[in-house]
Ligand binder design. Structure first.
Ligand code: FA5
Length: 355
């Protein structure tokens, strides 16, 4: 019987050694140590053996069972580690590989591209580019731009206010880039030539208006600056953007912070300003008018200089002009996009057309 136990031990060790996976090992465990295993049966039947065999069979059988159990235990750990390493190696993800299918590298958003083009043109004309806060104080957005409390012009712009219990209607999302006129003059003595591109916010939403949009502000202040300089500057800028044959016109308008105020239009680059296409049909871009409206402008109101008098802006010695227009409008016109909201839907099929 003891010899048989030793044979079982040899067989079991060979099977354990040969087990290549956790399930092979479990099979060997059941076969040699399970309830129906031969060794288990021998140990269970010790009481039925002749008394002189009970001692040797019992001690050899228990010794072999313990040896096999510990062999299996150590083999289990080894197999688990090997299996883990194998699956880690097989499932490794190379995060540096391109996606499937590989996509082209991204490109600059058409609004950013248009903004940079405007900046380049204005830097070429000697202007510096400044940035200002999008969350703005009521003082800069309205008061210092000559909109006193209760001024009806405050109602013209539907404003997003940022409120808490203490600061009702004091802090807002800027409705235009014009607040930077005052901020820039506060910290720069004249002469000053600057543009401010940036995000602006109004409660607006349709095909040509969105709640978040971009404007470019322009400000030129110095001695002897006139409305003719404004017109020449706008003409130079718009010819760079829309082509050398463009004309501009200014129409009387009202803004509280410029006097006189104008709106400016550029001659239509599709029909050349005639309002009609070559086949005689009405030009759809300018709707047959020959002119495309772009933005607002005017001579800086002396009252605005009054808010920055300490920085050297004396309306008796300096004059200036300011202008502001929407970047989306320029991008829509240049790229023939009919709905401004398409720029912000972030559908790459639309955006990658402008790479
Ligand atoms: C202004 O915002 C003035 N600050 C412009 C100005 C600057 C006048 C300096 C005088 C001196 P207005 O509200 O007209 O003006 O807006 C200017 C341009 O911003 C518009 O012509 C339009 O192109 C664009 N715009 C206005 N609201 C939206 C909107 N919700 N979505 C997209 N573009 C808009």
């Amino acid at each position: 019987m003891v010899e048989r136990i030793e044979e079982i031990e040899a067989e079991a060790k060979a099977a354990i050694d040969a087990a290549g996976s956790a399930s092979d090992l479990e099979e060997a465990r059941v076969r040699y140590l399970g309830r129906k295993a031969e060794l288990t049966g021998i140990l269970r039947g010790i009481a039925d053996l002749p008394p002189d065999q009970r001692g040797p069979v019992g001690s050899t059988g228990n010794k072999v069972r313990k040896a096999l159990e510990s062999l299996i235990e150590s083999k289990v750990d080894g197999l688990k580690n090997a299996e883990l390493e194998k699956s880690l190696a097989e499932d490794r993800i190379d995060v540096t590989l391109p996606g499937s299918p590989a996509r082209a590298v991204g490109h600059i958003h058409p609004i950013t591209r248009t903004r940079r083009m405007i900046e380049d043109v204005m830097i070429g004309l000697g202007y510096q580019v400044m940035e200002g806060p999008e969350v703005e104080h009521d003082y800069y957005n309205f008061t210092a731009l000559n909109h006193p409390e209760g001024h009806p012009a405050r109602m013209l712009q539907d404003t997003f206010y940022v409120e808490d219990d203490e600061h009702v209607e004091e802090v807002l999302l800027r409705t235009h880039t014009s607040p930077m006129q005052v901020r820039a003059m506060e910290v720069n003595r004249p002469p000053l030539f600057m543009i401010v591109p940036g995000k602006t916010y109004r409660r607006d939403s349709d095909a040509t208006h969105s709640p978040m949009f971009h404007q470019v502000e322009g400000l030129a202040v110095g001695e002897g600056i006139t409305l003719a300089d404004l017109k020449g500057t706008l003409l130079a800028m718009l010819r760079e953007i829309f082509g050398p044959d463009r004309q501009i016109r200014m129409r009387p308008h009202f803004f509280p912070f410029t006097e006189p105020s104008v709106e400016f239009d550029v001659s239509c680059f599709r029909c050349g300003g005639s309002g009609a296409l070559e086949d005689g049909s009405r030009c759809g871009l300018c709707k047959g008018i020959g002119w495309i409206e772009l933005g607002g402008a005017g001579m800086v109101d002396p009252n605005v200089f009054g808010f920055v008098a300490e920085a050297g802006y004396d309306p008796d010695s300096v004059t200036g002009f300011a202008f502001g227009f929407g970047i989306e409008r320029i991008a829509m016109l240049r790229h023939g996009v009919g709905d401004l909201r398409l720029f912000f839907d972030n559908d790459v099929r639309m955006l990658e057309q402008f790479s």
